[in-house]
Design a protein around this ligand. Structure first.
Ligand SMILES: [Zn+2]
Length: 633
């Protein structure tokens, strides 16, 4: 007899990696790294990281180990979350979680490698290279670079914290380094650490030579790329050089310093974006760790999507010179499309952030961010100033308004959130003294837009359990279904999720095909199937194996709904009673219809005689029986 005969099925299942990981993960801690969560009763809420929203509809349930968004219906357990967050396959999500929560995964078969293997190998190579560079800086060859960094004010502690390093002079310092010998040259090429001359892979050389190296990490602190700044002896015209894009490194999706700054960003709800990595490092050294930089690209919507998981407010921090028009335009269009506040601040007198911090301190820096003007106001004032416009100079003022509206119209072309647009118009109207109606008319895009479809006056998309389900069930057009029958079906399923043992009785009353709502019917089929073939399901497990997000989401929704009513057994009894009554009612009305049509038939084919009465008596008897049954339930 094998050992497993002594174990119940649950503990056998418990041996696989997925279960091990799910048991070990603290889902609030996990999701809290990405979303600022507030406790609300037994669950936590925050802004959904998977769709744009202003009011939190994202819920995390620690006791049951899953999350759900009522806005976009994203739902699932910790593994689902990581798969969505990092856009990775199941296996990699599992490994990420196992690493983070110290779970030793059972050995996988050899078939499960591929993509995951490559990513890990690239990460390993980047990490090894960061080690080599860092050691160079602290070795004899690094004396000059260290002196330079020291002069610029970097402390040893900072150099170590940011793993700052030095790429050796010459063409193959990294390539020939013993620490890199375990990596195939092709892999190092793919990681962007080597280049091949004229595409000839046999003529490879180091990408970074004689440069001070700033490892670029993902939000979890894993090195994925590098930025290199020339040293005093390097006369390359490119003062800064970043790794090329690799499978690990997509410039538009990485914010330098985010891994180190996460905590303060979440605490202050504010993130400042500066121009370069040295600014970031110095700001962090002064305690302003809510500062990040974009890398060799202007701010993109993806950057904002990344940052708004941590912050409510993004402040673009420019040196004392006037903020570039492009940057301001971009800020404005992103402001329109993303539910986040975007503000612009300029440092006085051409100061760098570290100069400012040194002179004024952290508190003043925070105040500077807090007082930063929103992108819209900033742009309006900038235009006004540039044109030398004043309240009295009507011509210049008109020009400023024209220019402003033009730029708004351009910003408006992008993906615009209707509610934000409405709020913005109100403010523009205040600046320009043009009535909102008129502005709306002037700035209306040519074709019929999403804006018309989703005008701010349209119903709030915030969750009402029933309304949301109805919308999701039938697409956008149909109104939510709120019939008693629909509610009873929901309660029945929701209660069964809590009381799987009751299913045996319930399935005698109703078959899964009899659910009238399509989505509930799907869930019922899934649930019935599990009961028949796998036995009584556990909610968490059902969520894990549900074939799609909508179903996962529905399970959580229904389980929640019933749980909120505090007495699943009573809810189930109510639902069962209703459905039973309905059955009787249906029989009743079927009989009445029969009676009517029989009468009609008789009237048209037979003259009134005794036979007709006999028929009536028979039907009426049946109806009475049905009525009695009905009053019994
Ligand atoms: Zn969502």
């Amino acid at each position: 007899m094998s050992e497993s005969n002594f174990q119940n099925p649950a503990s056998i299942r418990g041996l696989d990696g997925k279960s091990l990981v799910l048991q070990a993960v603290d889902i609030v801690q996990l999701i809290g790294q990405t979303v600022s969560l507030k406790k609300r009763g037994r669950s936590y809420t925050g802004l959904c990281p998977f769709h744009n929203e202003k009011t939190p509809s994202f819920h995390v349930h620690p006791d049951r180990g899953f999350f759900k968004c009522f806005g976009c219906n994203a739902a699932g357990n910790a593994i689902d979350f990581v798969m969505k967050r990092d856009r990775v396959e199941f296996g990699e999500a599992l490994r990420t979680l196992a690493g983070q929560f110290n779970v030793e995964l059972p050995k996988l078969g050899s078939g499960q490698k591929s993509d995951t293997g490559l990513r890990q190998a690239l990460l390993d190579a980047c990490s090894a290279a960061a080690g080599v560079f860092h050691n160079n800086l602290f070795g004899p060859a690094g004396a000059a670079a260290r002196e330079y960094l020291e002069k610029r004010g970097f402390t040893d502690h900072t150099l170590k914290k940011f793993k700052i390093g030095l790429a050796a002079q010459g063409w193959d310092g990294l390539m020939r380094h013993p620490a890199m010998s375990k990596f195939r040259p092709e892999l190092l090429l793919q990681a962007g650490l080597l280049k091949a001359k004229d595409g000839d892979e046999s003529r490879r050389y180091d990408t970074f030579r004689d440069r001070i190296m700033f490892p670029i990490s993902d939000e979890q602190g894993r090195v994925i790329a590098f930025g290199g700044r020339v040293t005093a002896t390097n006369d390359s015209p490119a003062k800064y050089l970043n790794s090329p894009e690799t499978p690990l490194f997509l410039k538009s999706k990485v914010a330098y310093g985010l891994d180190q700054g996460r905590q303060r960003i979440v605490e202050t709800k504010t993130v400042a974006i500066v121009e370069g990595y040295t600014d970031v490092v110095m700001a962090h050294q002064f305690g302003a760790s809510n500062v990040v930089a974009t890398l060799g690209t202007a701010m993109t919507e993806q950057h904002i999507s990344l940052l708004r998981r941590f912050a409510d407010r993004v402040v673009l921090l420019f040196d004392g010179d006037e903020a570039g028009e492009n940057a301001v335009d971009r800020a404005l269009s992103i402001f329109l499309s993303q539910p986040i506040e975007i503000a612009i601040a300029t440092l006085p007198d051409g100061q760098d952030p570290d100069e400012y911090l040194l002179e004024h301190g952290l508190e003043a820096f925070d105040k500077l961010l807090a007082n930063a003007e929103d992108a819209l106001t900033f742009q309006w004032r900038q235009l006004f100033r540039q044109l030398g416009a004043s309240e009295n100079d009507l011509t210049a003022r008109t020009k400023a308004i024209e220019g402003f509206l033009q730029r708004l119209a351009v910003a408006r072309q992008g993906n615009v959130d209707a509610i934000r647009w409405g709020a913005l118009l109100a403010r523009v109207s205040k600046f320009t003294e043009i009535p909102v109606e008129q502005l709306n008319q002037r700035l209306k895009p040519k074709p019929v837009s999403r804006f018309v479809a989703a005008t701010p006056a349209s119903p709030d998309r915030r969750p009402t359990l029933q309304g949301d389900a109805g919308v999701a069930a039938t697409g956008n057009a149909a109104p939510p279904r709120l019939s008693a029958r629909y509610q009873a079906e929901r309660w029945l399923l929701g209660a069964l999720l809590h009381l799987p043992a009751e299913w045996q009785k319930v399935q005698q009353l109703i078959d899964c095909s009899e659910f009238t709502d399509k989505r509930l019917c799907e869930l019922a089929a899934f649930y019935w199937d599990h009961q028949r073939h796998e036995g009584e399901p556990v909610v968490e497990e059902l969520i894990a194996i549900a074939p799609d997000d909508r179903l996962k989401s529905l399970i959580i929704e229904l389980a929640d709904e019933v749980e909120m009513m505090n007495n699943p057994a009573a809810t189930l009894a109510d639902a069962v009673a209703y459905l039973r009554q309905e059955k009787v009612r249906q029989e009743h009305s079927k009989l009445v219809t029969e009676l009517k049509s029989a009468r009609a038939r008789n009237n048209s084919t037979v003259n009134t005689d005794g036979r007709n009465d006999d028929f009536d008596v028979d039907v009426l008897r049946k109806l009475t029986v049905a009525g009695l049954n009905r009053s019994k339930t």
